[in-house]
Write a protein that binds this ligand. Structure first.
Ligand code: B12
Ligand code: SF4
Ligand code: SF4
Length: 253
């Protein structure tokens, strides 16, 4: 059955699938590569395209339907907002190893992928973690503008976390945001990682209708409702317009 699931997933463009257990159920864990290229602009690569939650949800729905048609009585898809820790599931499903940059690295895809999974009552033999690992070169630790990776991962010192935080930023947070240079997200600890040196093919869904930079002109005069209508399906919009306006002021100020 596992091979049938892998073949079905490959047919819908998912080439990295692993299996593990979670909460007494089987987890079918899938990777969704999104890296195409770095474009000049102020968005990190993961925020260029349609929000990955939408793309991942739609693909996982197809896997759920396939499992239900194949005898499962329960199958539900998750990404980000789910009962488990996505990286942990991917690790146990043999899809990668932990990098010092705190991300999951796959031997064939590097780290520029999203993780989604389906929990099902279908019994599926778990896979084992992969051999190999982070090179320990420390490039990510040295390059991080907030020194967020010196002792494990420190969310308070991470520019990606700060870019997504609501409300006023402290002077230190604003300085760090400006240093990193992103209006949303941050790619620095992935850009320098040797595991990301190869050329990777993203899923085609991540190449459509991309936006590489957010400008004040794009936001000026838009009500919150208009902003949602125009940009609501992009990941950079999920914290709302005011967070982007604040970040742009800091970057341009
Ligand atoms: C909240 C969150 C954030 C927050 C905080 C991140 C954090 N604390 O790690 C912020 C906003 C900073 C963030 C940033 C980013 N995120 Co984020 N984030 C999440 C989210 C929703 C929850 C993570 C979390 O807090 N888990 C709880 C804590 C306790 O778990 P944890 O940190 O993973 O650590 C546990 C295990 O993983 C494990 N573990 C950790 N390290 C190690 C090391 C070893 C050796 C071992 C054995 C185990 C182990 O032990 C811990 C305790 O159980 C996940 C999705 C999810 N639901 O899992 C995405 C997720 C981790 N993010 C993702 C992405 C893409 C990013 C960004 C790259 C986006 C960007 N370009 O800006 C950055 C990367 C920043 C970085 N260097 O990690 C992807 C990562 C894909 C990948 N290849 O790993 C995920 C999985 C989303 C997805 N579904 O694809 N994120
Ligand atoms: S995402 Fe940026 S700020 Fe956060 S740990 Fe990586 S390099 Fe540091
Ligand atoms: S940059 Fe080096 S230390 Fe950091 S995650 Fe990549 S291989 Fe590991």
């Amino acid at each position: 059955m596992k091979e049938k699931i892998r073949a079905f997933a490959a047919g819908i463009g998912i080439n990295e699938v692993g299996f593990t257990e979670y909460g007494g159920q089987s987890a079918v864990v899938c990777l969704f590569p999104y890296f195409s290229e770095y474009r000049p602009g102020n968005l990190s690569v993961y925020a260029y395209s349609t929000d990955y939650h939408i793309i991942v949800r739609d693909k996982l729905k197809l896997i759920c339907d396939f499992l239900l048609e194949s005898g499962a009585s329960r199958a539900e898809g998750f990404a980000d907002i789910g009962p488990s820790i996505d990286k942990d599931l991917a690790y146990h499903a043999g899809l990668g190893f932990y990098g010092k940059n705190s991300l999951m690295i796959n031997p064939r895809l590097g780290s520029y992928f999203f993780i989604g999974y389906v929990l099902t009552d279908m019994r599926l033999e778990p896979d084992s973690p992969v051999e190999g690992g982070c090179l320990g070169c420390g490039r990510c630790v040295a390059a991080c503008p907030g020194n967020a990776l010196e002792n494990g991962f420190c969310e308070e010192r991470c520019a990606s976390a700060i870019s997504q935080k609501k409300g006023e930023l402290t002077a230190d947070e604003a300085a760090l945001l400006k240093k990193a240079g992103y209006v949303f997200g941050c790619d620095i600890c992935q850009k320098v990682c040797p595991h990301n040196d190869a050329a990777f093919s993203p899923m085609p869904e991540f190449l459509q209708d991309r936006i590489f930079t957010v400008t004040e002109d794009m936001l000026d005069g838009l009500s919150n409702r208009e902003f949602r209508q125009r940009y609501g399906r992009y990941a950079f919009a999920w914290r709302g317009k005011s967070v982007l306006v604040r970040n742009l002021k800091i970057l341009n100020g």
